[in-house]
Design a protein around this ligand. Structure first.
Ligand code: HEC
Length: 149
């Protein structure tokens, strides 16, 4: 490669990265969405496990797991997929958090509801293609504590 095209490449590269930075609303899944799902959804929507206190098997509620990228795009009992990349209107997980909070189907049924910002982030992330970045899934102890990878 000659010197001139190298310089051009660098210039193009620099302006591309500026454009990326200007996209302030770009959602970072691992920073803005995942922690919310881990805290407010995965308590009930994760791998089947034995409750250490009651000794009972706890299955994912509604037959929906949200603790891996493969499972969160699937449907549970409703047969509506929880997340459909690029399609907020078809994503049941978003539909459920948007319901009036006295609806039987409102999520989460127990614990803190999502804040407005958290819902916005979830929606934008779905709109932007629901990309999982490096996330390979979140593991928990049977008691529900998040395990570090
Ligand atoms: C306290 C337990 C609990 C928490 C926390 C919880 N859910 Fe649920 N979820 C349930 C139960 C029980 C069902 C099955 C009954 C129903 O469909 O409403 C369900 C069903 C669902 C379904 C439908 C699955 C299907 O295909 O039938 C979706 C989507 C869902 N939850 C999303 C969420 C999201 C998103 C969060 C976090 C914001 C969340 N849930 C938090 C208990 C929970």
């Amino acid at each position: 490669m000659n010197r001139r095209s190298l310089v051009q490449l660098v210039v193009v590269g620099a302006s591309l990265s500026t454009v990326t930075q200007l996209h302030a609303e770009d959602i970072n899944f691992e920073k803005q969405v995942l922690p919310v799902l881990e805290k407010k959804c995965m308590t009930c929507h994760r791998e089947a496990h034995t409750d250490p206190e009651k000794g009972r098997l706890r299955k994912p509620k509604g037959d929906l797991r949200m603790d891996t990228p493969e499972d969160i795009v699937k449907a549970g009992e409703s047969e509506k997929p929880a997340i459909v990349a690029g399609e907020p209107d078809k994503s049941e997980a978003l539909a459920r958090v948007l319901l009036p909070d006295d609806s039987d189907d409102f999520m989460p049924p127990k614990g803190d509801p999502l804040t407005k910002d958290e819902i916005e982030a979830l929606k934008s992330w779905i709109q932007q293609g629901a990309k999982f970045g490096d996330w390979k899934g979140t593991k928990f102890t049977p008691a529900g504590e998040k395990l570090k990878e």
